[in-house]
Design a protein. Sequence first.
Length: 304
Amino acid sequence: MQAFLFPGQGSQHVGMTHNLYTTSPSARAAFEQADGVLGMPLSRLCFEGPKEELNDTYNTQPAILAASIAALRVLDEQGLGQPAYVAGHSLGEFGALVAAGALSFEDGLRVVRERGRLMKQADDKSPGGMAAIIALDREVVERVCADVREQTGEYVGIANDNCPGQIVISGTETALDIAMAQIKDQGAKIVKRLAVSIGAHSPLMTEAAAEFRRVLEATPFRAPSVPIVTNATAGPLTDPGEIREAVAQQLTSPVHWTDSMRWLIAQGVTRFVEVGPKDVLTKLIKRIDRDVERLTSEEILSTE
């Protein structure tokens, strides 16, 4: 049994999936569709950059979605198997929604474009930050964050539980700085500030989330062809209303990636395919369970 996984921000790079665009009509059609829906040359930005423009979250989000769906269509075109489940990391959840037919590709592009705009707007309205914590137990990180919240009256907490030994925290500048120092004192191997100026997956995104919820309410969702394991629930959803609600919660709710992957493995999933650019999620799966098969769409399609 296999699951398809879809990557989020951080997997983008100039030139991503250009080889598929030049060799596969279905991949080319996906990018041309994205260009038309957004009214901009998104494909050229993906293939030629500039890097700074591609890394602008307003562009990054639809770019990664387009690259992932292009890869998905080539996998499907070549008859390389269907998933029993789908999941996506943060932004990648929208790739999973499109893959399962819960959201049309056109609507997905429009939704993530708006998601990017709202997150960019949050830079000004709710400044904050995020930091990666390597090699410290989740319970210790949670305790430090709780102590700092009580101490400062400001928010800091776990934003992503990516895999054992890799956690991301999110919060206000003050609370984040204090938490980082205390977490380092607790013995974390690495405490690294991420190059973002928002506190994603935290209450700092409440205002953006409220606006995003209105976008989702105006967007049609359908019953998916396979269950979607969502970030907010770490469990499967098939009801369109429940899926919309889980996606709405995502901006303020932590990404429960470790629990999501463990749930899939418990259902008997033995093969994970990362559909889209790079191999970020493939590396996380290796840290969660070394016994399952881990592949990327780039690896699969390069051998066909």
